[in-house]
Design a protein around this ligand. Structure first.
Ligand code: NAD
Length: 262
């Protein structure tokens, strides 16, 4: 199947590691030009070198904290300056801290709102004009399997991810006349630092080992293992591509069958 990604311009948020980096890598392999962005410049430079080695498209990087509105504006301007336009936006950010309702403070709520909801809102607002001018585009929002089933001890994630689902479903109709398609993707237990961090947090709280927590967690997944970032990235790459033209506004689990609801 020709994904038609060659020469397309993509902006992938929070892409210095984990899911964002894996998506950037897959897009570059398919010939897209990709702007990677995160907070640490030296880390971004290393990722740029790695992705440029085995990809077809160009890789550029720009330092940006997704919680900083000025950074986001500058990032979008820099991407348009370097590539001429933005065809694909991949919204992503780090996960909020773990914790139950009684533990998190107003400051934690505010931080998670800015990190996991407001940053997505701002990025969509910034890129839509370029997409409209170009005759269309793709917006993909990374959330969590918690959009289908809340995860214990993750009240902040469980709350703000659902805001993205509601926003994307609403925007699907608003953006469709401009041929801008929007999707939500929901990872469940893809082996990245985030998942190791959450498993370690559980191990510390329960006095068990990390290996024990992981084994128990893998037993809950019908496919019996954690996913690899590349497996997640391939689905996202399809959604971002010209091969996917008659879907918008929906949310997709990529979770090895973890969530049982229909
Ligand atoms: P990760 O921790 O491996 O990577 C997070 C990325 O976000 C890093 O590149 C980090 O530098 C960047 N980042 C963090 N804060 C930032 C900020 N303020 N500005 C710019 N960049 C920032 O996590 P991941 O597993 O790749 O997950 C990506 C997102 O998906 C997270 O929100 C995570 O909670 C969510 N998620 C992941 C899984 C999974 O199975 N991996 C499951 C559910 C939800």
């Amino acid at each position: 199947m020709d994904l038609g990604l060659s020469g397309k311009n993509a902006l992938v948020m929070a892409s210095s590691q984990g899911l964002g980096k894996a998506i950037a890598k897959e897009l570059v392999k398919e010939g897209a030009n990709v702007m990677i962005a995160a907070r640490r410049e030296e880390r971004l430079k290393a990722v740029q070198d790695e992705l440029s080695r085995d990809g077809q498209g160009k890789v550029a990087f720009c330092r940006a904290d997704v919680k900083n509105e000025e950074d986001l504006r500058a990032l979008v301007q820099e991407t348009i300056h370097q590539f001429g336009s933005i065809d694909i936006l991949l919204n992503n950010a780090g996960g909020p801290p773990a914790g139950g309702f009684s533990e998190v403070t107003d400051q934690d709520w505010q931080h998670a709102f800015e990190l996991n909801l407001l940053s997505y809102v701002r990025m969509i607002r910034e890129v839509v004009p370029s997409m409209k001018e170009n005759g269309g585009g793709r917006i993909i929002n990374i959330t969590s399997s918690s959009i289908k089933q809340p995860i214990p001890n993750l009240i902040l994630s469980n709350t703000f991810r659902l805001g993205i689902v509601g926003m994307a479903k609403t925007l699907a109709e608003e953006l469709a006349p401009d041929n801008i398609l929007i999707h939500t993707v929901a990872p469940g237990r893809i082996a990245t630092d985030r998942v190791t961090h959450l498993d370690q947090d559980k191990a510390d709280r329960t006095g068990r080992t990390l290996a024990d927590i992981r084994e128990e967690s893998e037993q809950q997944i019908p496919l019996g293992r954690y996913g690899q970032p590349e497996e997640f990235a391939k689905v996202v790459t399809f959604l971002a591509s010209d091969a996917c033209t008659y879907m918008t506004g929906d949310a997709f689990l990529i979770d090895g069958g973890l969530i049982r609801s229909i």
